[in-house]
Design a protein around this ligand. Structure first.
Ligand code: AHR
Length: 518
């Protein structure tokens, strides 16, 4: 925190509109800069769904598409570059029908299965536990396993933990050795079920709680392999689930059975799940509505935290937003149930504002996983046979990775509203952090498609503007497509300076900025 004292002694940052009138006040409370932004806020989610795993990540050893032991090289390289700290697998809804033992051993002996949730397609189980953990080793990221509570058994999940983590002679460790892996891995992060209120078993919070306690009991901490257990939390705004679950946990003295509660939040631009709206064909009305809906996650995070505090005042419960992102209508002409959608500047805005919100709530939000990594929902990467495209969302992750494990600089903001057709949202969204090297990063989104904003930040004279990046595009619905140059990508942003104790720059309309000073 070298620069913190120098920089922000309750600094007032003023954003000034083009007309020169002060419009925005931001206070950075340096005395409250005490929370680390967990790198796992920048986590990802990959499900056996459509072409996320098969075709997107895994092409098999014999594919003409370049691969490392079956894992696509182009996709792996792109994910390494973006700095992926953790990856959740195998679902989603799929997790509660996945039987892990069908995905180990010689590939020719693995039984096929039907993916009943997503497209009713047959899967050959060629991508299983070993392949996923090899992917994580390649990407240098932490695996997150989602255990099957809906259609599995306590024994099955208990044995999965033993298979991957135990280093003591046992049926599972001998089986692992037989399958070519003598040493255990360390899978620390576990979901105990997924959306158990819906696709994961249609349970009430009370029934899920009873199941969860039993499953959790038999998920053992092997020596030096303590587990981090995440239990099923609310979907969207269902605070009643959180209330009833935590009430039961508190009443039964079982708050110690888990570390975190998960939360799923999807931004559906259209009026309903039946009319989600096109990913690419939209106007300014859909743009602002999407942003307003995406911003709604902040209130829900805060409301859930209140419930955590109410039922667990002494023991901290973490929040894992382990599925989030935009959910549009599937691209015309693609297979139903595969959830393939394009990704525009609008999706990039949702990524930027969501990551800023998670950063700003990092005292509680310890993990977040965008849905999903490749070819599904708000993907970072799209593939078509041997081709690959990096989406605008990919570039947001690349710009924002500077915040991983840095210290949050808490900000209070009062800013002008951007209004359109009866809708309004704050025009600017921001978070800031300082890393161990003393570098300070601001990430900002300007939602207004036609108005730029001048920003002045009082800083110590010793600090200099060192680097900036911008993501924008001519049109709100620009996207990156196969076979053509990228429309929406980052460029260096040089128009910032520190003069007379002020960091100043102008954030252009409909753009996302990262500014570094040191
Ligand atoms: O991400 C797609 C699906 O959305 C997941 O499988 C499920 O958990 C959620 O409903």
């Amino acid at each position: 925190m070298k620069n913190l004292q120098l920089l922000f002694l309750s600094v007032l940052i003023t954003l000034i509109g083009l007309n020169g009138k002060a419009q925005v006040k931001i206070t950075v409370n340096s005395e409250n800069a005490e929370h680390q932004i967990s790198k796992h806020i920048y986590g990802h989610f990959s499900e056996h769904l459509g072409n996320c795993i098969y075709g997107g990540i895994w092409v098999g050893e014999n594919s003409p598409i370049p691969n490392v032991n079956g894992i696509r090289t182009d996709v792996a390289d792109a994910l390494i570059e973006v700095g992926m700290p953790s990856l959740r697998w195998p679902g989603g809804c799929f997790a509660d029908e996945y039987h892990w033992k069908d995905g180990i051993g010689p590939k020719s002996e693995r039984p096929p299965m039907i993916n009943t949730h997503w497209g009713m397609v047959s899967e050959d189980n060629s991508f299983g536990t070993h392949e996923f953990l090899e992917l994580c080793e390649l990407l240098k990221c932490e695996p997150i396993f989602a255990g099957n509570v809906g259609s599995g058994t306590v024994r099955e999940l208990s044995e999965w933990v033993e298979y991957v983590n135990a280093d003591i002679k046992s049926p599972m460790t001998l089986l692992r050795e037989k399958n070519g892996h003598t040493d255990p891995w360390y899978v620390k992060y576990w979901n105990i079920g997924n959306e158990s209120w819906g696709c994961g078993g249609n349970m009430t919070p009370e029934i899920y709680f009873d199941n969860m306690v039993q499953y959790s009991t038999f998920m053992r901490n092997y020596p030096n392999k303590r587990l981090y257990k995440m239990i099923v939390g609310p979907g969207g705004s269902d605070l009643d689930w959180t209330e009833r679950l935590l009430k039961k946990a508190a009443d039964n003295g079982k708050l110690g059975m888990f570390n975190a509660i998960s939360m799923h939040y999807y931004t559906v631009p259209g009026p309903s799940w039946q009319q989600k709206g096109s990913a690419t064909e939209f106007g300014e009305k859909e743009w602002i509505v999407t942003i307003r809906k995406a911003l709604g996650i902040e209130e829900l995070i805060e409301k859930n935290i209140e419930v955590f505090k109410k039922y667990s005042p002494r023991r901290k419960i973490d929040l894992a937003v382990d599925e989030w992102g935009c959910w549009h209508t599937e691209e015309p002409g693609t297979k139903g149930g595969f959830l393939y959608q394009q990704n525009t500047l609008r999706d990039a805005m949702v990524a930027a504002l969501s990551l800023n919100i998670f950063n700003n709530h990092c005292e509680w939000v310890k993990m977040a996983n965008i849905a999903q990594t490749v070819n599904v929902l708000q993907a970072l990467i799209l593939t078509k046979d041997a081709e690959m495209v990096k989406t605008p969302t990919y570039y947001v992750y690349k710009m924002f990775k500077v915040h991983q494990d840095a210290t949050l600089l808490p900000i209070e903001i009062e800013c002008p509203e951007y209004e359109f057709d009866g809708e309004k949202v704050p025009a600017i969204n921001i978070s800031a952090s300082e890393n161990e090297a003393g570098e300070i990063h601001f990430t900002l989104a300007n939602f207004d498609p036609s108005q730029s904003h001048k920003i002045e930040i009082p800083v110590n004279d010793k600090l200099k503007f060192s680097y900036g990046e911008i993501l924008t595009s001519d049109n709100l619905n620009d996207f990156n497509n196969f076979g053509s140059a990228e429309n929406v990508t980052t460029k260096e942003f040089k128009e910032a300076s520190v003069k007379s104790g002020n960091l100043s720059f102008e954030i252009p309309a409909k753009s996302i900025l990262m500014i570094e000073i040191k």
